[in-house]
Design a protein around this ligand. Structure first.
Ligand code: FAD
Length: 699
């Protein structure tokens, strides 16, 4: 769609899970209030826009996926702009602003946006507004909100300059080219400070503008004696502020209950990433003692009948359901307990004001209500501000309404961060805390994201155990807290633990008398191959593995594979292997005693272990963490990496461990090379680039 207004801009989004699209739609919605009109398109719809001839400013919102790739929807676009035959002035006429989305816990933060940004620059395009890089790790809104605020002024000034330029050009030469170069002066705009006072006005039909209810006008949810803010209670200044709340997102989903019977879709139809396999769980072993802080389980799957191939180092994804009792509870709150097994048809609401509205792809057109709540929607997701804004409209109690408004307002931003984001509050927690909030099913479908399959690293080798695949995981436990009166387990790990409990404790299984087969549970999964995290192609090259806790899991696969290679190829030369492992207590959570067998049979040359919580009477305190062990072995680590061109693998917790390990490696390199840290960091970057320093890390 092409707008006729002069103050037009082109708005492109490249989305993987819908976040970039939602943000682009937010920009599109706000544009009107600021006197602009945006032509909004998914970046993949390349027949609907043309950057080669685009004269108006272009705004791009783009997320990142995988290991720093642009989203799938941007692939064609990226391929097109990466064409090496394009001249350096190809986009010299283009002025653009780019908002990249990413997660700084991943190595290549916002790389999808960076790739596009860099290439547009190389092709002569110019920024009319500084690039924003928003971090999901700390909250996208911390960058997204101010970036959008600043956008309007930047657009205004850019279009003004463009008009002035066109006016001058017309006066001098009425037939001059429309492909004018972008004004450099635009770069100097002081964007952010001048927009602090702009108001995000609520344009929603049922919404209100800046809200000015005061605490004393309304009944507050919590008793007045509470002086500390909480999820349900606010204190000055928030409680007394006029609020700037986001625009009410237009409704766009319609749900129809049907009187028919039938079958729910197959789980494989929910997955677009490739073939799925339903495989039996053949073994479950608890690797930790009962008194360990975390419970780690090893599951063995029978993949003999599945055309599923993997290499040690690969991962795969498990399709998991939401917790049954949480689904029941949600049905109860929605007043739909009786209708869980009814088939429903999900459609786009006729006449919706939502631009480009379409049925979310993760929602089947027709299935039972329970199926959607169980397999399709991430009901544990942390509600976004737009969701809170929509929930305001479904809340009857005036005090609860006000608190929800505060939590999605500019003024309540830190309350949102503290009581919702950082507290991992989910929809059910909110519905308990705000009992007069009664959302419709269609609203939940509009706002809850897709229930994602969970990834796990393979912990076995097909050479060592043909037809079997093993993996290891910690059962995540989230204790109760003030915002959440109940404790919970991780969605997938909690479900798996429950599923395999009879295998772990066969005696407790009441079906035990019916024979072994009654114990066999199946799970659905699909491969998620890793492009780089594999054994070195040349077996004579030495390598170092660092995997504390469950991070050791892929290295068990590496070592099993290596053992078989050594048995089968006695004439090959094999390089030395190092494993650095750490856990809390030697006798509680040392996951794989099998490591000692690898050491004994020579598969593993060096095994270095540490225990962070075991007390010691030694005069010199023993190393606690893997990074301490690495420092002790500094000379050998440097030799393997620098002299012998070896490989370095890190697996496990990405929040702390991966960073601490790379810091230790920088220190080691700097010490052994007798160079400063900057030089050592360059060497590490080079090792990463050449895929000799490899990470497989997760939260
Ligand atoms: P979820 O319910 O999804 O919770 C996960 C996260 O959500 C928590 O870490 C926490 O940040 C947050 N959270 C949710 N609710 C709360 C709450 N109430 N309170 C506090 N925080 C909360 N894991 C393994 O154990 N072994 C592996 O081999 C492995 N390999 C992986 C490989 C890859 C490539 C990737 C990307 C991940 C891997 N993971 C692995 C992580 C795994 O995919 C899952 O994230 C993990 O098992 C948790 O899933 P879950 O559904 O049980 O937890």
């Amino acid at each position: 769609m092409r707008c006729e207004s002069k103050r037009r801009f082109l708005l492109l989004y490249a989305t993987q899970k819908g976040q970039a699209k939602a943000i682009a739609e937010e920009i599109w919605q706000q544009a009107g209030a600021h006197g602009f009109e945006a032509d909004i398109h998914c970046i993949s719809e390349m027949d609907k826009y043309n950057l080669e001839t685009e004269k108006d400013p272009v705004v791009i919102v783009i997320s990142t996926t995988g290991t720093g790739d642009p989203p799938d929807t941007a692939r064609k676009f990226v391929k097109k702009i990466q064409d090496k035959t394009l001249p350096p002035d190809h986009f010299v006429h283009l002025q653009y602003g780019l908002l990249g989305l990413g997660d700084s816990e991943y190595m290549f933060f916002c790389n999808g946006g960076r790739i596009v940004d860099r290439r547009l620059q190389e092709l002569g395009a110019q920024h009319f507004y500084d690039t924003g890089l928003a971090d999901d790790c700390v909250g996208l809104e911390l960058v997204v909100d101010p970036w959008i605020d600043g956008l309007w002024l930047a657009l205004k000034e850019t279009l003004q300059l463009q008009e002035e330029k066109e006016g001058m050009n017309n006066a001098v030469n009425p037939v001059s080219s429309s492909l004018s170069t972008a004004p450099h002066a635009v770069h100097e705009l002081k964007l952010s400070s001048e927009v602090q006072n702009l108001k995000l006005e609520d344009e929603g039909a049922r919404g209100s503008d800046t809200l000015s209810q005061k605490a004393d006008d309304i009944s507050i949810v919590a008793p007045a004696r509470d002086t500390k803010p909480s999820l349900v209670h606010s204190v000055p200044p928030v409680s007394q502020s006029a609020l700037n709340i986001p625009a009410l997102p237009p409704e766009y989903i319609e749900v129809e209950f049907q009187d028919t019977q039938g079958e729910n879709p197959h789980l494989s139809s929910l997955i677009s990433e490739g073939t799925t396999f339903e495989v039996p769980v053949t073994k479950a072993v608890q690797l930790t003692r009962e008194d360990a802080i975390k419970t780690a389980l090893l599951l063995e799957l029978d993949i003999a009948d599945a055309t599923f191939e993997y290499q040690p180092g690969d991962a795969f994804c498990i399709i998991c359901p939401n917790n049954v009792s949480e689904v029941e509870e949600l049905l109860d709150i929605l007043g739909l307990s009786e209708k869980g097994d009814d088939f429903i048809c999900v459609k786009v609401k006729q006449g919706t004001k939502k631009k480009g509205a379409s049925r979310p792809q993760h929602i089947p057109e027709r299935s039972t209500l329970k199926f959607i709540l169980t397999w399709c929607l991430e009901i544990r997701a942390i509600p976004k501000k737009a969701f809170l804004r929509a929930l305001v409209e479904c809340t009857s109690d005036v005090g609860e309404k006000r608190r929800l408004q505060e939590l999605c307002s500019r003024q309540g931003a830190s309350d949102y961060t503290h009581f919702i984001r950082d507290s991992n509050v989910c929809l059910l927690d909110l519905l308990h805390a705000f009992p007069s909030c009664k959302p419709s099913l269609s609203l939940l479908i509009e706002h809850l994201p897709k229930l994602q399959a969970r990834s796990y690293s393979v912990s076995s080798s097909n050479l060592y155990q043909p037809g079997r695949l093993c993996f290891v995981f910690n059962v995540l436990e989230f204790p109760a807290c003030p915002s959440r009166p109940v404790s919970r387990k991780g969605v997938c790990t909690g479900w798996l633990a429950e599923l395999v409990a009879p295998l772990l404790h066969p005696s407790k299984n009441s079906l035990g008398t019916k024979g072994e087969s009654s114990l066999i549970e199946k799970i659905s999964l699909f491969p998620r191959p890793n492009n780089a995290f594999h054994l070195p192609g040349d077996p004579s090259v030495p390598f170092i593995m660092v995997g504390p806790g469950t991070g050791v899991s892929p290295f068990i696969g590496f070592l099993q594979h290596r053992q078989k290679l050594r048995e089968h190829h006695t004439d090959w030369e094999f390089g030395e292997t190092w494993l650095f492992f750490g856990c809390r207590h030697q006798d509680r959570d040392y996951l794989f005693k099998q490591l000692l067998c690898f050491l004994e049979n020579g598969t593993l040359t060096h095994l270095k272990v540490c225990f962070s919580r075991d007390s010691s009477t030694a005069e010199v305190a023993p190393p606690k963490y893997v990074q301490d062990l690495l420092r002790i072995c500094a000379k050998e680590v440097a030799r393997v990496l620098l002299k012998e061109r070896g490989y370095f693998y890190v697996c496990g917790d990405k929040k702390h461990m991966a960073e601490d390990v790379s810091d230790a490696v920088v220190d080691i390199l700097s010490m052994e090379m007798e160079a400063d840290r900057l030089e050592a960091m360059k060497v590490l970057a080079m090792l990463r680039e050449s895929k000799r320093y490899l990470q497989d890390v997760w939260t």
